[in-house]
Ligand binder design. Structure first.
Ligand code: NAG
Ligand code: NAG
Length: 482
């Protein structure tokens, strides 16, 4: 007994000294056979222990061996096990920093199973299990927890105070559960630190406004892939620090007036993959100063929602792909276009572009018009933007070969000595009617077509500038294609 005490005391002194001197206590794995089938390796910050394809008995045994050795278990990963129940005190006497219990049929987390490691645990991942509710009693002493991942479980509702006690939690993800209801007090206790909340892939039919309204510090809210049919003014009240809102892949049909008016810091808004037909002209009121990314692809929008967008004078990235836009008004981008660097209009029904369509798009770098019904893209339309553009996609349009398409060849030439291979390789073609054949736009037979050939001017400064930026262009293009 006395010896044990002395050893403990020595450890404590050593640990204390080391903490002061920032040296590390030498961590050592127990002999292999003792914790089998679990495996142990030594990492910079402590031990990394992995137990896979085993059961509760073997895991409890291994934990028993690790107990009382003043070890820091930086990672404890229990995966693909048969661990229906996490029993009380299973981790007693252990110092675990990151705990993962993944794909292990976990459905019961006993109240006393986690409390003993609450002083040290910073990350808890119980994803892909069979939890049907939040095991609040087991969580309530996790006073250091920063990240809680409960993705891919079977949670049907979030009860009042489900996360009470987790007052340091910054990231909570509940992606792909079966949540249809959230109590008004579900998030009580998370209001001081929570920065990211993922409620995606659930069965929500309305925004859980009351529950969310206390989350003063929240920066990112994801509610994609739910069944939201409606969003209303006031739904996001209280989320005054929100930076990013994900509402993609729901069942929204309209974006009503002032619905985001409380989100004055919002930078990114995703509403792609809904059934949006109508966007009120005051839909984006309140977002004037910060909104830069707006995704409205895969909806049923019929025109560029100019009146709603006009107030967004910081907008950089506008994605309207896969809608039903057939007509672009001459003033479609008037008043807000000059901040846009990325414009995606692919997979629409655009048949022609009015003469001044792109006149205001002074900063445009990426333009995607792929898969529309354009037969002509005249030079005068492209002229205002051709100097700033780094990526243009006009593939899959029924283009007719005409002299007006010269701009494309010249524009490509201006990119030629850049490492922008992707753009060079794209095979954009037009149809030469009387020959019944296609030509690549790069190799338009301008002489044969009796075009007035415009000299290609390559300002060196411009070329250098574009070169430096072409990597960004490629990235954007990749993103756009995704
Ligand atoms: C989940 O664990 C079981 C063993 O319990 C394994 O057979 C299965 O492949 C695992 N599933 C995934 C997606 O890893
Ligand atoms: C697209 O819009 C046209 C009218 O502009 C309409 O006739 C057509 O049904 C719409 N398509 C879809 C899929 O809504």
């Amino acid at each position: 007994m006395a010896r044990v005490r002395v050893v403990r005391w020595a450890w404590a002194v050593l640990a204390g000294l080391c903490a002061l001197a920032t040296c590390e206590v030498q961590q050592q794995c127990p002999p292999r056979g003792e914790i089998s089938p679990c495996q142990c390796s030594v990492k910079k910050n402590g031990l990394d222990i992995l137990c896979e394809f085993t059961d509760q008995q073997h895991i409890s045994n291994a934990m028993g061996v690790l107990k009382g050795k003043s070890l820091v278990i930086f990672y404890l990963k229990l995966r693909h096990n048969n661990l229906r129940k996490l029993p009380g005190f299973v981790f007693l006497g252990l110092d675990i920093r990151h705990l993962t219990i993944h794909n292990s049929s976990l459905s019961v987390v006993e109240e006393a199973s986690l409390s003993s490691i609450g002083k040290m645990l910073t990350q808890l991942d119980v994803s892909q299990n069979s939890l049907t509710s939040v095991p609040s009693a087991a969580y309530k002493n996790l006073h250091q927890l920063l990240i809680l991942n409960m993705n891919h479980n079977k949670i049907g509702s979030l009860h009042a105070k489900a996360f009470e006690g987790l007052d340091t939690l910054e990231i909570l993800t509940l992606y792909e559960n079966k949540i249809t209801s959230i109590d008004a007090e579900a998030f009580t206790g998370l209001e001081k630190k929570l920065k990211r909340l993922n409620l995606g892939g659930n069965g929500l039919t309305s925004v859980p406004q009351k529950a969310l309204s206390i989350l003063d510090t929240l920066k990112k809210l994801e509610m994609q892939e739910n069944r939201l049919t409606e969003i209303r003014e006031g739904d996001f009240e209280g989320l005054r620090n929100l930076d990013s809102l994900g509402l993609a892949h729901n069942k929204l049909t309209e974006v009503p007036s002032r619905v985001f008016s409380h989100l004055s810091l919002l930078n990114s808004l995703e509403m792609d993959g809904n059934s949006i037909v109508y966007i009120d002209e005051d839909a984006f009121a309140g977002l004037e100063e910060n909104l830069q990314y707006l995704r409205l692809g895969d909806n049923n929008i019929h025109t560029i929602p100019t009146n709603a967008l006009r107030r967004l004078h910081r907008l950089r990235h506008l994605d309207l792909r896969s809608n039903n836009i057939s007509f672009i008004a001459e003033d479609a981008f008037a008043g807000f276009g000059d901040s846009i660097t990325f414009l995606n209009l692919q997979k629409n029904d655009i048949k022609s572009l009015p003469a001044l369509a792109f006149e205001n798009l002074n900063s445009l770098e990426t333009l995607n018009l792929q898969n529309n019904k354009l037969m002509h893209i005249p030079e005068e339309i492209m002229e205002p933007i051709v100097d700033t553009l780094r990526v243009v996609d006009i593939m899959d349009n029924p283009l007719m070969c005409d002299c007006e398409l010269q701009w494309y060849k010249n524009w490509l030439k201006s990119l030629r000595d850049k490492d922008d291979e992707m753009m060079q390789k794209k095979r954009t073609v037009c149809m030469m009617n009387h020959e019944h054949r296609e030509y690549s736009l790069q190799n338009l037979p301008l002489e044969k077509m009796q075009c007035v050939i415009k000299p290609f001017e390559s300002g060196t400064s411009k070329a250098v500038g574009i070169k430096a930026q072409s990597a960004v262009g490629l990235l954007l293009l990749t993103y756009m294609i995704y």
